[in-house]
Design a protein around this ligand. Structure first.
Ligand SMILES: Nc1nc2c(ncn2[C@@H]2O[C@H](COP(=O)(O)OP(=O)(O)OP(=O)(O)O)[C@@H](O)[C@H]2O)c(=O)[nH]1
Length: 402
């Protein structure tokens, strides 16, 4: 197999240009996902750099081409770094891309025009390139979002390998004989397979970005399907699915499942007096307080209207009552300000567990709902357990028809 360097350079240039277009178009549909446009610009820079090198390979006589080629490569890699930080919604430290580009420019000008040394220039630029790729790998491989793990690992590993490959190239240039550097370009022997491997790694990075974007979009769609748009809590459908799973788990391990039904007191009055938008904000605040009061393995859902539900695995009614009362107090102590007006609101909570009513989800909801009804009847802003109402109120026995 014969691999021609110029053909490969041209293919890289065309492919990165296509990827730049792909990412650019994807950025219009990316909604609030950040960083995609930066990656599109990065691919554009790498494409231009590859084209410049391709066009100049037969006889590189203009030193400035060398300088701008290096600057474009580093600008592309710097933009990739900024894109990663933006995608992860982290602070973009622009000093890193700017330093990398500045270093490439100064070193290339210095070793090309002021103190000519092709070997030193190649070593310096390769070192900077290795560095920025390793920085990108680090930015991807720390604080990984678990659902995007595979895409992050793929892209991060591509960056890391690109960094290592650059260090290997650096060692090759470093150990090359002095007469290997004639003219503007190092005449170190061209090893096609190594170049092909490096080019593939270079391509893997934008492919990794496309994968990351794809995973994130799927995640957003799942979120829309499974969660309530107003409060971010699980919607009723996903709560019912989780309940089936929990029921099986609790049955297998003989665990107790507790449930809380939460309802905002006099919510209609809030809506009527302050408007529906304020009502929506009140629901969001309640959701925030509830999310912050539960464990990671509890399930918080909007059951409907202004009614919420929390499923608590491995929890008895008594423990759930203590938690519910803490939540009730935390919510009641909130001072909500909307357009200069101060609003205090309260919630009532009904609690039940599977020890008394069984693991069937509908039975649990119905028991907690009965307790919630009693909490409302007793004056609101309180927690009532299902066992308390069963011990104090005799069951209504409807006479069967003759
Ligand atoms: N703003 C807003 N209001 C909602 C939403 N969903 C349901 N509601 C309103 O919630 C109110 C519920 O009122 P009711 O069921 O009478 O209950 P309440 O006024 O809270 O009275 P108690 O529960 O007995 O304390 C209704 O006015 C619904 O229109 C929503 O997503 N946003």
């Amino acid at each position: 197999m014969s691999l021609d360097l110029r053909t490969m350079m041209l293919m890289i240039s065309v492919l990165t240009l296509l990827l730049s277009g792909l990412l650019g178009m994807a950025s219009f549909q990316a909604g609030n996902i950040r960083g995609v446009r930066l990656w599109a610009m990065a691919s554009m820079c790498h494409s231009l750099a590859s084209y410049i090198i391709f066009a100049q390979l037969p006889a590189l006589t203009n030193g400035w081409i060398m300088v701008w080629g290096a600057v474009l490569v580093m600008t592309g890699s710097g933009l990739q770094f900024a894109g990663i930080r933006a995608f992860k919604e982290e602070y973009i430290d622009w000093r890193i891309p700017l330093s990398v580009v500045g270093l490439a420019f100064v070193l290339s000008v210095w070793f090309t025009f002021l103190h000519y040394d092709a070997a030193a220039r190649s070593i310096a630029n390769t070192l900077v390139f290795a560095l920025i790729n390793l920085i990108c790998a680090r930015a991807l491989l720390i604080n990984i979002e678990p659902p995007l793990r595979t895409a992050y690992w793929f892209t991060g590993a591509s960056f890391a390998l690109l960094g290592v490959a650059s260090l290997i190239r650096l060692a090759t240039i470093f150990h090359a004989p002095p007469d290997a550097f004639v003219g503007l370009y190092p005449q170190v022997p061209f090893i096609p397979i190594r170049f092909l491997f490096g080019s593939l790694l270079l391509m893997c990075v934008p492919f990794g970005f496309v994968l990351m974007l794809n995973y994130r979009l799927i995640l957003e769609m799942q979120k829309i399907a499974l969660r309530d748009g107003l409060t971010g809590a699980l919607n009723r459908r996903s709560l019912e699915q989780e309940a089936i799973r929990l029921q099986a788990r609790c049955q297998r391990y003989g665990d107790t499942l507790a449930i809380m039904m939460i309802d905002v007191d006099h919510f209609k009055a809030i809506n009527d007096q302050c408007g529906h938008q304020v009502g929506d904000k009140v629901l969001r605040r309640l959701a925030e307080v509830a999310q912050n009061s539960i464990r990671r393995d509890d399930y918080f859902a909007r059951y409907g209207g202004e009614e919420f539900c929390i499923l608590l695995p491995s929890t008895t009614e008594e423990k759930a009552r203590v938690l519910a009362d803490r939540l009730r107090q935390a919510y009641a102590s909130l001072t909500m300000e909307f357009g200069g007006a101060v609003l205090h609101s309260t919630i009532s909570i009904g609690v039940a567990d599977s020890k008394r009513v069984g693991l069937e989800f509908n039975e649990l909801v119905s028991a907690a709902d009965k307790a919630l009804y009693h909490a409302k009847q007793e004056g609101r802003n309180r927690v009532v357990t299902h066992s308390a109402i069963m011990s104090s109120v005799p069951e209504l026995v409807m006479p069967l028809p003759e």
